[in-house]
Structures are given as structure tokens and as C-alpha cells.
Design a protein around this ligand. Structure first.
Ligand code: SF4
Length: 339
């Protein structure tokens, strides 16, 4: 087992709510922490106004000081390229508005499962996010709107899995999550609860005993899909958070986005899979970038993505090779990018 993993079941050292209240939101603060200048980074105030800077200090602490090309920094950096328009890039690249959004707070794209938008907030703003232009204002899923959203799920007996999504659903408090899980669990045909979240990566102290209890349900199987893109994101504290989740009986997967300059090499992808598995999570999806407006500079060509996939498949056991997939608007599932 990697030396990265501590065998101790340490409790979170810092209160996650304090971390949420102390995010880095100013370019000057991020630059000061990394001994860099906005000029060296190609910083754009305009890009930052369009999609504000938001990054937890625990995540900044894993960036390399003085390195303008750090793979974690590039994921949050509001650069001038974001303001360029690019052919084929749009505000809704995966077709999430319209028929896929049949009710505020519900996204129903695929058979058998629905996404429930718990909140539009995130702890971090990832510049490549395919939902960076999502109309969260029209999808406020506050408590008063839960009954209608839950009725939608209860009225469709083909739905066996509910995915808590956002934003990041773990921005919500434990009591709110506990109540929601209990209401979902009361719908007899739902068998699985899935949580899509980046919080255990960017603020691992979010994985508290209270959260584990909130997600526990006597009948529902629990799955969590975390989101990390580079091995440097997974430090000892993240590994300890994974350990707490697994000990609570939650099956743990990771999804990544293939991003130019961040993880577009076989070495980076192999290191990520190895680090994830050492920490207790299985690589699940490697997403071809969704062509969202403002993120064109992150795109890796489909041809290069396939070549990378072939190379990592040749270097890793099959269970450590994530599926390379693309989200195609209107398709019945994520589409594999085949060889
Ligand atoms: S945490 Fe997820 S939803 Fe939030 S900005 Fe990042 S990719 Fe988008």
C-alpha cells in the first residue's frame, strides 16, 4: 500500500463549514499563496466576472508554489482564453435544458435514473465545468419544492437510482441531506442512492460522521462518485476521507475530465488511477471534454484521447482503466469513445 495512506481513522482536523467560509475568491490572494503574478498567469478579470474564482485553501495547498503550469492551478485559473468564442462550443453542450429538465431540480436524461439538483453551489469553480452556464436560478430545489420533485420520482416506477447532484450536493448540511435521503428511501422502487461530488477531494473534512449518518439508509445501496483529475489532488487527508466513506459501506468511484495541460499524458493518467486505487476509489469515467463555452482551451482531440486510452490500457490492469466516454446530447447513455 502506498505510503500516502494513513491507516489511522483520523477525524477531520478542520471544520468544513469554516473552510467553505474561507474560500480563495480573489486573484491576488491566489497569486500571493503561489508566489506568482496575475500577469504570469494570463489572468482575466472579465473571465472571473463571468464565472467567479472559488477555490478552497486545502486545494490551493496542494499546488506547487511558483509553478504557473501547475495542474491543479490550471483547473481554477480564470484565463483570457475563456472569453474567446469557439465554433461548436455552447452554453448547454450536453442538452440538459428542455425535455431533459422536466421539472425544476430534476434532470432525467437516461432510463432508470434521475439527477436531483440539491444546490447550485460548489466549493470550487472548475473552469471546464459543463454546467458553468446552467440555469440554476430556474432549478432552485429548495425544501418547498422537494414534494413535487419527489412526486416525479415516485410516479415513475422505472427509476431505480437517484443521483444527488448540483452544483455539489454535499454543500448542503447534514440534516437537510438526512431528510432528503429518508424521503427518497421511502419511494419503494428506488434501490440506489448515488452522490456526485467534488467535496471529499477539495475539502476532505466535509466527510464527517454526521454526513456518513445522513447518507445511511437501511434499504438503499450507497454509491459515491468523486471527481478528481490529477494524482496531486489526492493527499493523505483525502485518502483518510475515502477510508471513512468506505468504512461506512459506501462504494467509491472517481470520474475525471481529460484536460489539456492538466492530465493529457499517459503518465498523468496512470499516476491518477494508481493513486485513486491506493486511496480506495476505482477509476470509473474519463470524460472527453464537454464543449462548453469558455473551455475550448482544455480540449484534447478525440484522436489523442483514444491514443491515451490505448496506452493506459497497455500499462494498467483492466480494473484501473476508466471508460473513456463522451456525453452526447440526446443519446441514451454516455457514449464510449471507441478505438
Ligand atoms: S465541482 Fe463539479 S459542478 Fe462544481 S464547478 Fe466543479 S465540475 Fe462543476
Amino acid at each position: 500500500m502506498s505510503s500516502l495512506i494513513s491507516l489511522t481513522q483520523a477525524q477531520p482536523v478542520a471544520d468544513w463549514r469554516s473552510a467553505m467560509g474561507d474560500l480563495v475568491t480573489q486573484a491576488k490572494d491566489l497569486c500571493a499563496a503561489l508566489a506568482l503574478t496575475p500577469e504570469a498567469l494570463g489572468w482575466s478579470d472579465e473571465a472571473m466576472q463571468a464565472f467567479p474564482l472559488r477555490v478552497p485553501r486545502a486545494f490551493v495547498a496542494r499546488m506547487r508554489v511558483g509553478d504557473a503550469k501547475d495542474p491543479l492551478l490550471l483547473q481554477v485559473l480564470a484565463g483570457a482564453q475563456e472569453m474567446q468564442t469557439s465554433d461548436g462550443f455552447s452554453a448547454d453542450p450536453t442538452g440538459e435544458t428542455g425535455t431533459a429538465n422536466p421539472h425544476p431540480g430534476i434532470l432525467h436524461k437516461y432510463s432508470g435514473r434521475v439527477l436531483l439538483i440539491v444546490t447550485g453551489s460548489c466549493a470550487i469553480h472548475c473552469r471546464y465545468c459543463f454546467r458553468r452556464h446552467f440555469p440554476y436560478a430556474d432549478n432552485q430545489n429548495s425544501r418547498s419544492e422537494w414534494p413535487a420533485a419527489l412526486a416525479y420520482i415516485a410516479n415513475d416506477s422505472s427509476i431505480s437510482e437517484v443521483i444527488l447532484s448540483g452544483g455539489d450536493p454535499l454543500v448542503a448540511g447534514d440534516s437537510q441531506l438526512a431528510e432528503l435521503v429518508s424521503l427518497i428511501g421511502a419511494i419503494g422502487h428506488v434501490r440506489r442512492l448515488r452522490v456526485h461530488t467534488r467535496l471529499p477531494i477539495v475539502i476532505p473534512s466535509r466527510v464527517t460522521q454526521g454526513l456518513l449518518e445522513a447518507l445511511r439508509h437501511p434499504r438503499l445501496q450507497s454509491v459515491m462518485v468523486v471527481h478528481s483529475n490529477h494524482a496531486n489532488e489526492i493527499d493523505d487527508e483525502v485518502a483518510e476521507a475515502f477510508s471513512r466513506l468506505r468504512t461506512a459501506g459506501i462504494t467509491l468511484f472517481n470520474q475525471s475530465v481529460l484536460l489539456k495541460g492538466v492530465n493529457d499524458s499517459a503518465d498523468a493518467l496512470v499516476a491518477l488511477s494508481e493513486r485513486l486505487f491506493a486511496a480506495g476509489a476505482l477509476p470509473y469515467y474519463l470524460h472527453q471534454l464537454d464543449r462548453v463555452q469558455g473551455a475550448a482551451h482544455f480540449e484534447v482531440s478525440a484522436e489523442h484521447s483514444r491514443a491515451l486510452q490505448r496506452e493506459i490500457a497497455a500499462r494498467l490492469p483492466g480494473y484501473l482503466v476508466p471508460q473513456l466516454v463522451q456525453d452526447v446530447a440526446g443519446a441514451p447513455s454516455k457514449m464510449p469513445l471507441t478505438h
